[in-house]
Design a protein around this ligand. Sequence first.
Ligand code: DX5
Ligand code: ZN
Length: 219
Amino acid sequence: MMNILAPSILSADFTILGEQIKETEAAGAQYLHFDVMDGLFVPSISFGLPVLKSIRKASNQVYDVHLMIEEPIRYIEQFAEAGADIITFHVEAASDPREVIDKIHSLGKKAGLAIKPKTPVEAVKSYIEHIDMLLVMTVEPGFGGQKYIDECTDKIREARDLIKEKGLSVDVEIDGGVTMNNINVPLKAGANVIVAGSAVFNGDIQENVRSLMAEFEIV
Ligand code: DX5
Ligand code: ZN
């Protein structure tokens, strides 16, 4: 499976957001990760539909929307319209995850299902055939710049094994605490879509993207 870098704009400089997105694209990052927080599912509030709509034209990357919101079914149509290519929601936040997956697919978008660090892989087992991507959170969702939780590495392995066992080609994405020093850990465990916020946007963006992606070849 192809390894993909998904810079999370949560750590970007919003006064020059469009330029920074273009830099991640110029350096080769294939996805752009967009974190939506509602202040209920997670304690923080980030940004939403008007921002997505506005930045959609900044690049030709795959827009990877991570919904950290309660009952995501309420907003799937609007995020699809605003320019999301992949819509990922949390299994813990949806009363009927299958309904949400089907809704995303009916709009021609890819569906991702996310689990928080304390949620077992078991919780998504019955949906795995129906999704395009499984997001294993490697920090508690809500904030950028946290430390990678080592206990989550086993879950990445477990997720990849489950997908292989079933002969599926579901992407395994990880999100939170990735740095130059530890990116090889989730990659080795079977993740192929790597979200990185502070590791991309703190310092020289293009250099950061290139160095993180250079690790794709080494692992
Ligand atoms: C956290 C978000 C992440 C965040 C990652 O809830 O889902 O996407 O931006 O930030 P870093 O890479 O700094 O841990
Ligand atoms: Zn995220």
